[in-house]
Design a protein around this ligand. Structure first.
Ligand SMILES: [Zn+2]
Length: 73
């Protein structure tokens, strides 16, 4: 049997487990998911965009997560 042993060092942590330092106060920021709802001007059409943001719990600084390099589920 050609079983391959899992190597724990190769385990890839999900992007939501990452931390990031706040550029304003140096505190660890957390990722928060939210839905950004925008209304198209002149219409009743709504555009719902799912956004991920880094939120700083200390100074309320936030920054949109760059999902370009994140693997899609
Ligand atoms: Zn901060």
């Amino acid at each position: 049997m050609g079983l391959v042993k899992a190597n724990p060092r190769c385990y890839k942590r999900p992007v939501t487990d990452q931390t990031r330092e706040c550029p304003m106060c140096g505190e660890s920021m957390r990722i928060k998911d939210r839905d950004d709802v925008q209304i198209v001007p002149g219409t009743h059409q709504q555009i719902v965009r799912h956004v991920r943001e880094w939120i700083c719990p200390e100074c309320d600084y936030f920054e949109e997560v760059d999902d370009d390099n994140a693997p899609q589920p």
